[in-house]
Design a binder for this molecule. Structure first.
Ligand SMILES: Cc1cc2nc3c(=O)[nH]c(=O)nc-3n(C[C@H](O)[C@H](O)[C@H](O)COP(=O)(O)OP(=O)(O)OC[C@H]3O[C@@H](n4cnc5c(N)ncnc54)[C@H](O)[C@@H]3O)c2cc1C
Length: 509
């Protein structure tokens, strides 16, 4: 029997019936089969699991619970994992109980924020999944220009709450993405040229570390942890709330311009030159895309591959036409631009990317988009295996690029672009095709990259890639990890391994 079978059989044998907090656990049954941190098979005492359920305000779900299957599913349809137990938390105290339970038993642990991890880092086979999806409250203080979001909130919650007060903070381009994973990796969004990455707007966070402690981290409190979570992903604990700085922006002038693919050889070099010189209020990411077969897209473009730029202008409304004059001079084949509320823009592409599609993606930071690299992009961009498959170049310059490379764990501040290639298809039968295209495309352009990749755009690519991403911040991260998570409890992520020796500035770790 392989490990997966062991888990499913033993979980199924150990559970039946239901209670509100521990549906399916039959207390006098032997134990609940699970997987430990080192991958070995262990058994959890049913009584201990029951006590966990009684100690928290949320619930513990085992296989057999009617909600178990929905709760274990994440957004990328490529992943189908079965945790031994899912702890649906409602408070920081719940999270602390769950973390302590997992640590004491050396139980494999995954943390689910919005569940949008492409490599499936929010769920695990046979371990515990801490599910934050119900911790999704967002509050905005308009006087202080602060936005508070719980660790399981979605970006749309943040965008909408901020909008009610005429405020914006940096959030990603698809609004059903989770605030948690998005922010902890760095957080690129449509205003990062003007206002920086999400981590650059982070004032403080509530963090549950591996010892179960509930901490508030900021520049003043546990500054080493605050430094580490700004780019270090979920390696340092579970963030139960974030406090962001927000900025006054009422409406934006935004949308997209598309050109037939045959014009990509003209448009991509133009974009490379144009955007870095444009005012920081003007944001645009370049992409190779397939055009949906519906309005508002013109029939002549529907179902075809194109290149385009998705724009967001946050400058004065009366200057929008001037800002877009150089874009319109290129006579787009389709233009869809106008004044609109930021959350409306943020939701533009939500429908194109529903949960359950197959996704395989690879990324790289790019310091300079050379002519040779552009030639590779034109070649592979034209060979996309499905309409939804894409390549995007997100700008890293402006406010995001001005932060020092050692000021936060996020290292690649001097990169000009954050590139992602994604093979996407609804049909699992096309999984190999989309994966092969993504890999071949990435192999062709990677030699022209800056070395590392955005952690939120990586698959399981090995320790060397994670190190390449953090560069000389890695040693400090590893030392902080050793101090707060020596057992590497939080390992279902782009993992930073605990390591003792780091003598940073002033000798501190
Ligand atoms: C459709 C789509 C669009 C995207 N667009 C953008 C974009 O515009 N900009 C951008 O920067 N990125 C973007 N991303 C990448 C995105 O930032 C990552 O997928 C991110 O990991 C998603 O966060 P999540 O909370 O939804 O994911 P999850 O799968 O829940 O978590 C991802 C990782 O973060 C950890 N984690 C999540 N929440 C917490 C928490 N509260 N505390 C501790 N650890 C936590 C998880 O354990 C896991 O390791 C996009 C992704 C998708 C799927």
């Amino acid at each position: 029997m392989d490990r997966r079978q062991f888990c499913r059989t033993a979980i199924a044998a150990g559970v039946a019936g239901s209670t509100p907090w521990l549906a399916g656990c039959r207390p006098r049954q032997p134990g609940i089969a699970a997987i430990s941190l080192d991958g070995s098979e262990i058994e959890l005492e049913a009584a201990a699991v029951r006590e966990l359920g009684e100690a928290i305000t949320g619930s513990v779900m085992l296989a057999g619970n009617p909600e178990y299957d929905t709760a274990r599913r994440i957004w990328n349809g490529m992943h189908d994992k079965h945790p031994a137990l899912i702890v649906r938390c409602l408070s920081a105290e719940d999270v602390s109980h769950a973390v302590t339970f997992a640590r004491e038993r050396e139980l494999l642990l995954a943390v689910r924020g919005g569940g949008h991890s492409w490599p499936g880092k929010s769920v695990c086979e046979g371990g515990m999944m801490i599910d934050l999806s119900q911790m999704n409250t967002v509050r905005v203080d308009p006087d202080q220009r602060r936005a508070f979001a719980q660790g399981g909130a979605l970006l749309q919650g943040l965008d909408n709450a901020a909008r009610q007060h005429g405020l914006i903070t940096t959030a990603g381009v698809v609004s059903h993405t989770g605030v948690g994973g998005f922010t902890l990796g760095g957080g690129f969004g449509r205003v990062n040229r003007k206002y920086g990455l999400a981590i650059d707007n982070l004032r403080s966070a509530q963090l549950i570390t591996a010892d179960g402690q509930i901490r508030r981290v900021s520049e003043e409190q546990d500054p080493d942890l605050f430094w580490a979570i700004r780019g270090g992903g979920g390696n340092f604990g579970v963030v139960t709330s974030f406090l962001f700085r927000a900025h006054p922006v009422h409406t934006v002038y935004a949308g997209l311009t598309l050109w037939r693919l045959e014009r990509a050889g003209e448009i991509l070099p133009w974009y490379r030159e144009f955007l870095p010189g444009a005012p920081e209020e003007l944001y645009g990411f370049f992409g190779f895309k397939g055009v949906p077969t519906s309005a508002p897209f013109p029939p002549a473009l529907q179902g075809r591959r194109v290149c385009g730029v998705v724009w967001c202008y946050t400058g004065p409304a009366e200057q929008a036409d001037t800002a877009f004059r150089p874009v319109r001079a290129l006579k787009p084949d389709f233009e869809h631009l106008g004044h609109l509320p930021f959350p409306t823009l943020q939701g533009f592409f939500d429908g194109l990317f529903p949960p359950g599609l197959q996704w395989y993606w690879r990324g790289d930071f790019v310091a300079e988009l050379t002519d040779t690299a552009i030639a590779r992009h034109l070649e592979y961009g034209a060979q996309a295996p499905s309409l939804l498959s894409l390549m995007h170049l997100y700008p890293v310059d402006g406010a995001a690029g001005r932060v020092g490379r050692h000021d936060t764990a996020f290292s690649y501040r001097e990169a000009r672009w954050n590139m992602v290639i994604a093979g996407v298809d609804p049909d699992p039968a096309n999984r190999e095709r989309i994966t092969a295209w993504t890999r071949a495309y990435w192999d062709a352009v990677h030699p022209h990259g800056a070395g590392g990749a955005y952690v939120n755009f990586m698959m399981d690519e090995g320790e060397a890639r994670v190190r390449a991403t953090y560069r000389d911040n890695y040693a400090r991260l590893a030392a902080i990890k050793h101090k707060y998570d020596p057992q590497n409890l939080f390992r279902v992520n782009q993992n930073i391994r605990p390591a003792q020796a780091f003598l940073g500035e002033g000798g501190e770790t």
